[in-house]
Design a protein around this ligand. Structure first.
Ligand SMILES: [Zn+2]
Length: 554
């Protein structure tokens, strides 16, 4: 009877999931359990030691280390017989990156016959000069207009056709290096009154017909010179062609320069106000003898990078047209030559080397398995996540597959670290334990996806699934901070696995020898089984829940 007994049992199991309760009920077959054992801690370790090695240089976007990692993934996919799903039958979806950069070789600043080097003593914040800009100078204090605070730095001054010099005081309020004048808060600058009641120094100088603007760094800002060098050293930020929302501000007509205190002293030498360090110096016109020359020309810097995209075709003649997507970001933040310590490479072993190799291990396990899932599996390794979810935004905006057929996206970003019981480091207070992991988003859009995610874990290793970051009010906003977000706003139900912030998060210490490979194996196998459960569902998971409004705007 046994055998028949078995056939009868199988029939029951198949019927149960969809008919009985409407909600998916997970039963993990022995075949599926066997497939999951294709993922091993040793395999994950070997791949991660490669991807997170110093040789990959922290996999910045774009960089050679990132490209080598892409080639590594591609070579393995080819070896395992995956179907290329990138551009034109390749495994790569190429992205063009444009940066409005400075022609640094020909950039210079000259004060009183003394030359200053770009990237050392001055940077370009916006605009370009045509040839060398040589104009009379006017000092305008903090350079702001804030009528509601009786601030008008240009009162009584004629600056048209001249270069205005602004003295920065205090520390910047954000990455745009903006410093508000004393007594003015952001709340005072009503967006509607921009340009009339108030104007920042660059806008006001432009309004007044100035030929250029020089900001003299405050002592506080001078302290950040190293970081500023990283940011402004080569010109503006990179943008992905096709994802730009508005043209780069550097196209504005006015050349805007950020100069060091040293240049400031050279400018002030011999003038009535004898030092740039004297705070709140009143506006004055520089002596006509003070000669200056500025040359900064913009060039467009172009680079390319890529998402890595592949398909493992499903076995069901109908369902194989639908896909379960699984992904990670294979980039990190590269190197920091100005890092205080000896280690200048941000290896990104956990972030997101762990996800990158977990997805690779699942691919290998699928390729080595005896059976195929019913639906196809779409693999996407995203580039540029650290730069602002570039790769996933690009893939959703310019999909290389019929994205309407993607029934769910499983995102893995940081699953390799665990908090030990005796760990008292406050930086690890939110790091999940050896048998725990955060799950984000799985219950937000599809109750079926939520049920399968939970039940697969319950029916398998019963890890602690922590859903606390699903709270839309959670200030960490992790739902916005990884690639699943772009699939979610594209209407695809998502589930995201994450181990929590820890002491080496975005630091030079995020190394492969600190990874808990036993935990990684458990999480990766569980995610693989979740993927298999979804791929074999009779019906694709319905999007039966609305994403909370505050979770749709980044
Ligand atoms: Zn990450």
């Amino acid at each position: 009877m046994r055998k028949n007994f078995f056939a009868f049992l199988l029939a029951i199991t198949l019927l149960l999931p969809s008919v009985a309760f409407g909600q998916a009920v997970v039963k993990i077959s022995n075949a599926e359990r066997a497939m999951a054992t294709g993922v091993t801690a040793e395999q994950l370790k070997q791949y991660l030691y490669f991807v997170a090695s110093d040789a990959m240089g922290g996999r910045d976007t774009p960089s050679q280390g990132l490209d080598v990692t892409a080639e590594f993934i591609k070579m393995n996919l080819w070896k395992w017989g995956f179907k290329p799903a990138g551009d034109n039958g390749t495994f790569f979806q190429k992205m063009t990156l444009n940066r409005e950069a400075v022609d640094t070789a020909n950039a210079f600043m000259e004060v009183g016959g003394q030359r200053y080097a770009f990237g050392e003593d001055f940077f370009r914040m916006a605009g370009n000069t045509t040839g060398t800009l040589e104009k009379p100078l006017v000092f305008v204090g903090n350079g702001w207009l804030v009528k509601s605070k009786n601030i008008d730095s240009y009162a009584g001054l004629d600056v048209s056709g001249k270069i205005v010099v602004v003295q920065m005081q205090g520390a910047p309020t954000n990455a745009s290096l903006r410093i508000l004048p004393k007594g003015v808060t952001q709340a005072d600058l009503k967006p509607a009154a921009k340009g009339t009641d108030w104007a920042d120094p660059a806008a006001y100088a432009q309004q007044k017909g100035a030929a250029g603007l020089i900001y003299i760094a405050s002592p506080e800002l001078q302290g950040f010179w190293g970081q500023i060098k990283q940011f402004l050293g080569r010109g503006g930020a990179m943008k992905v062609k096709g994802l730009e929302d508005e043209p780069a501000p550097t196209t504005s007509a006015l050349p805007v320069i950020l100069a060091s205190q040293k240049v400031g002293e050279a400018l002030f030498a011999g003038e009535s106000a004898n030092s740039v360090k004297t705070p709140d110096t009143a506006p004055f016109t520089f002596s006509p003898a003070k000669k200056i020359g500025i040359s900064v020309k913009g060039i467009t810097d172009t680079a390319t990078t890529q998402n890595v995209v592949a398909i493992w075709e499903g076995s069901d003649p109908i369902l194989k047209n639908e896909m379960v997507a699984i992904g990670a970001h294979y980039d990190h933040v590269g190197t920091n030559p100005n890092a205080p310590g000896p280690d200048k490479i941000w290896n990104g072993a956990d972030d997101d080397g762990s996800g990158t190799v977990a997805v690779l291990a699942i691919a290998e396990a699928l390729a080595k398995a005896k059976t195929r899932p019913k639906r196809s599996i779409l693999f996407v390794w995203h580039a540029g996540e650290e730069k602002g979810l570039w790769g996933s935004e690009y893939f959703n905006k310019f999909p290389t597959v019929d994205i309407k057929q993607v029934v769910a996206q499983l995102n893995i970003d940081m699953i390799g670290r665990s908090r030990k019981a005796d760990d008292v480091n406050p930086k690890n207070k939110d790091l999940s334990g050896e048998n725990a992991i955060y799950v984000i988003g799985a219950e937000m859009m599809s109750s079926t996806l939520g049920a399968i995610t939970k039940q697969t874990n319950d029916a398998y290793l019963k890890m602690t699934y922590d859903y606390r970051y699903d709270d839309p009010k959670d200030t960490n906003r992790f739902f916005f901070r990884s690639d699943h977000f772009n699939y979610a706003v594209n209407g695809i139900p998502v589930a995201f696995w994450f181990d929590g912030v820890h002491e080496d998060y975005h630091g030079p210490g995020d190394h492969a020898d600190k990874i808990d490979y036993a935990k990684m194996e458990k999480v990766t196998r569980t995610i693989m089984l979740t993927m298999l459960e979804i791929s074999d569902l009779k019906e694709r998971p319905k999007v039966d829940k609305q994403l909370p409004a505050e979770l749709t705007q980044r």
